[in-house]
Each structure stands twice: as C-alpha cells, then as structure tokens.
Design a protein around this ligand. Structure first.
Ligand code: C5P
Length: 230
C-alpha cells in the first residue's frame, strides 16, 4: 500500500495573510486543491490523506467532491514534524506500508516525477526524497547581515517533497527525534544514522512560502496546462 500524507496544518506566517497559505487562491482554486489534483493523477497511490488543524475553519468551505480517495484528519500539531507524526499515528496503516509525505504548499509537483520516484524507491530498504543539487553560491551571514564566509556547495542538495518512507519506521524516527532541527522527514531518519536516497527533483516543484511565490506557481501551472493541451 502507498499512501500520500499532506501536512496542511501550518498558519503560513511568512505569507503576510490571515488565510493559511494552503487555502490562498491560486488560479481560482485553493492552493492545496492543485497539490491534491497532481497527486490524484499518480495511480500508484492507494490513499491520499490531508492533515489539517483541529481549529481549521477553511477546509469545509470548499468543494472536495472531485477527489475520490481523499481522507481528512483533523490532528495537526504545533510543528510540521508533529503534524506528520500525528497523521501517521491516525492512519491505521500497516507497519511496512509506504508513505509519501508531501507539503500541501508544493502545488506544482509533477505526477510523472512522483511515479518515477515510487519506481526507484519501492524496493529500497529505507526510502528517500526528491531533492535538487544546489546551484547558487552559498554565503553564511553574521548578525549584521554581512558575509562571514562562503560555504562550499559541493555535494549539497536542497530537500523537496515527496519524502517516501515506511510508515512505522518514519513514525518511530519522528517520535524519538522530535525537535526544531527536524524540518523534514529525512532529517528524523538521519538522526538515527540512516541514509535516505536522494532522487533528482525539479525546480518547478517550488514550495509556496512568500507572497510572490503564488504568482510563480500560477505561471508554472499554466505552462503545464499548455503542455497538456498541445
Ligand atoms: O511552513 P512550511 O512552509 O515549512 O510548511 C510546510 C508544510 O507543513 C505546509 O504544507 C504546512 O501546512 C505544513 N505544516 C503543518 N503543521 C504545522 C506547520 C506546517 O502541517 N504546524
């Protein structure tokens, strides 16, 4: 069994908006609608599960009836890692089911890339993540926003999602390693000395974080629609 789990319990504090970013309008639909539409096209996924906050007042205001396999869990936590862990514990999945954790805030993920990732990882002993090799030169800043030094970028990758692991192994890693340093699923497994696989991601798979990212996401989605109609 393969399950997509979307943490969507964040408040989106960097978006300067009262509406959590997963519900901001993107091409006439809430942002997370596009994320769900992309994952719904991955036929290998048996379940698609969204984790929202118990206090979420937005979800019920939208029409989700177009999504057949969609399940909603109102068990979000104070951090992304806690939302994922709460979701895993509420899934009632088998220990060795695969879970693909995907940020609700990455609406432009390419279904073909997710399928490819599943093919590459489904016989892997641990699992892995989509990621991109760092292209820019990296600077470490001091508190006055001056450059302290240039950090070598060799071997550095930027983590994306989905991140694909076994349900029980990921839940145990998150439960034992919970802390501010756990900003994705892979980091919880790394803390146990394990080495998740890096699968080449895509620059289009951006995470909507700042207001200007919405415009970029809209352009990427429009370009994708264009391709499909050709
Ligand atoms: O804030 P950030 O962009 O890192 O959030 C990544 C994803 O994690 C988003 O989809 C957000 O809704 C989710 N999240 C969550 N629970 C939190 C914080 C973030 O599910 N407490």
């Amino acid at each position: 069994m393969k399950i997509a789990l979307l943490p969507a319990a964040g408040s989106g504090s960097r978006m300067a908006s009262l509406t959590p970013k997963q519900y901001l309008d993107l091409a006439g639909k809430p942002l997370i609608w596009h994320t769900l539409a992309a994952l719904a096209r991955v036929s290998e996924l048996d379940r698609i599960v969204v984790v929202i906050s118990a206090e979420d007042e937005w979800w019920d205001g939208f029409d989700w009836s177009g999504f057949k396999q969609l399940e909603v869990l109102r068990c979000g936590g104070a951090s992304r890692a806690q939302s994922v862990l709460n979701g895993l514990l509420a899934l009632h999945a088998a220990a060795d089911d695969w879970v693909l954790v995907h940020d609700a805030a990455r609406p432009c993920v390419d279904p073909a890339l997710v399928r490819q990732m599943i093919q590459e990882l489904e016989h892997h002993p641990l699992g892995g993540i989509l990621a991109l090799p760092v292209a820019d030169t990296l600077k470490l800043a001091d508190s006055a926003q001056q450059i302290q030094h240039t950090h070598p970028r060799d071997g550095l990758w930027q983590a994306q999602t989905p991140q694909m692991f076994r349900v029980q192994q990921l839940a145990k890693a998150l439960a034992s390693g919970m802390g501010p340093d756990i900003t994705d699923e892979a980091s919880a497994l790394e803390k146990l000395g394990l080495q998740p696989k890096l699968i080449m991601g895509s620059p289009w798979n951006l995470k909507v974080t700042y207001p200007q990212d919405l415009r970029l996401a809209e352009l990427i989605l429009a370009a994708g629609d264009d391709q499909e109609t050709k």
